[in-house]
Design a protein around this ligand. Structure first.
Ligand code: NAD
Ligand code: UDP
Ligand code: UDP
Length: 312
């Protein structure tokens, strides 16, 4: 049994990770400032003696004793990370610095939740880990993209200078139950709109692509990476099946049986035109690949949003 810190543990991915780690018998310390996460995501564990929930902002230093750190604290949806972009930079840079300082002090292994956004609007397709990316340093998405890139830099510098045991995963678009209704990302928007029979908002012509990974697959990959020996990454984690936003809308409408119509809205600036992970490295080093196809993951996701909307 290990003592494991999950920052951002009350968020969408973090709460599923907490579920898995507790199920494996570990002690879990969940740290969150509840900016985009919610206590309800981990409420089921509150009586568990192996679980502890701490309200804390990773921008501030903290003294803890742990064996492993999963650093997920950071708003992930463009709507939320652009709400206070300077805070997003601080969370990525100072937050990761503090977690690295903590890892160094106690000798913990630390895994950073990086992102496909480090590739920007990629000129290499599908994206391999060796690609350095095509990122605008001064745009609306830069607080997140460049913040995550600097977090990777800090990870590697602490590794080289201080021998900190690091792991970096680059997460591609992930979806599933417990995304926030107001999250603003495409799967939650389309799901909520379809259930309410509101217009489905397609940004731009809807021909831009993304590759969607079900959250259970992603969490399995993150844990496999944390447990990997002699391999620190960065490694892509995602589902290589690529869809246009029009195809996604069609699937959501079909599976939900909705009568929603499509509504076209302007494309946000710097919106990547295509994105698909090359996961050869994850297959080779971790023996990991996603199992859940979009058609299989969407029904439980829609079911989740239906239950939340009925409750509220
Ligand atoms: P989320 O917004 O649901 O979760 C982020 C969590 O971090 C929330 O609980 C939030 O309250 C917390 N948080 C934010 N700022 C904090 C701070 N300063 N101090 C403490 N807690 C803070 O998003 P998610 O989709 O679960 O993403 C989790 C991580 O995975 C993020 O680091 C994100 O960048 C990364 N990621 C996610 C995706 C995806 O598709 N979901 C893709 C790439 C990377
Ligand atoms: N830090 C922390 N918890 C710890 C150890 C360090 O929050 O247990 C913070 C520390 O306050 C600093 C950062 O992590 O802001 C980097 O720490 P490090 O020791 O690497 O650098 P220094 O303190 O020398 O700047
Ligand atoms: N998108 C859309 N309608 C929405 C929300 C998003 O068409 O209501 C598009 C968005 O422009 C982008 C894609 O869906 O091209 C994925 O957006 P998301 O914010 O989910 O993730 P990211 O752009 O960070 O990959």
């Amino acid at each position: 049994m290990k003592r494991i810190l999950v920052t951002g543990g009350a968020g969408f991915i973090g709460s599923h990770l907490v579920d898995s780690l507790l199920a494996q018998g570990h002690e879990v310390l969940c740290l969150d400032n509840f900016f985009t996460g919610d206590k309800s995501n981990v409420a089921g564990h509150l009586g568990n003696p192996r679980f502890e929930l701490v309200r804390h902002d990773v921008v501030e230093p903290i003294l803890l004793e742990v064996d492993q750190i999963y650093n997920l604290a950071c708003p992930a949806s463009p709507v939320h990370y652009q709400f206070n972009p300077v805070k997003t930079v601080k969370t990525n840079v100072l937050g990761t610095l503090n977690m690295l300082g903590l890892a160094k002090r106690v000798g913990a292994r630390i895994l950073q939740a990086s992102t496909s956004e480090v590739y920007g609007d990629p000129k290499v397709h599908p994206q391999t880990e060796g690609y350095w990316g095509n990122v605008n340093p001064i745009g609306l998405r830069s607080c997140y993209d460049e913040g995550k890139r600097l977090a990777e830099t800090l990870m590697m510098d602490y590794h080289r200078s201080n021998k900190v045991d690091v792991r970096i995963v680059r997460i591609f678009n992930t979806y599933g139950p417990r995304m926030a209704v107001n999250d603003g990302r495409v799967v939650s928007n389309f799901a909520v709109q379809a259930i309410k029979e509101d217009p489905i908002t397609i940004y731009g012509d809807g021909k831009q692509t993304r590759s969607f990974c079900y959250v259970d697959d992603l969490v399995a990959g993150m844990i496999a990476m944390m447990e990997a020996e002699e391999f620190i990454g960065p490694v892509n984690l995602g589902n290589p099946s690529e869809f246009t936003m029009l195809e996604l809308a069609e699937k959501v409408i079909k599976i939900s049986g909705s009568r929603s119509q499509l509504e076209f809205k302007p494309l946000p600036p710097d919106d990547p035109t295509q994105r698909q992970p090359n996961i050869a490295l994850a297959r080779e080093k971790l023996g990991w690949s996603p199992k859940v196809a979009l058609e299989e993951g969407l029904p439980s996701t829609l079911e989740y949003f239906r239950s939340v909307l009925e409750r509220d």
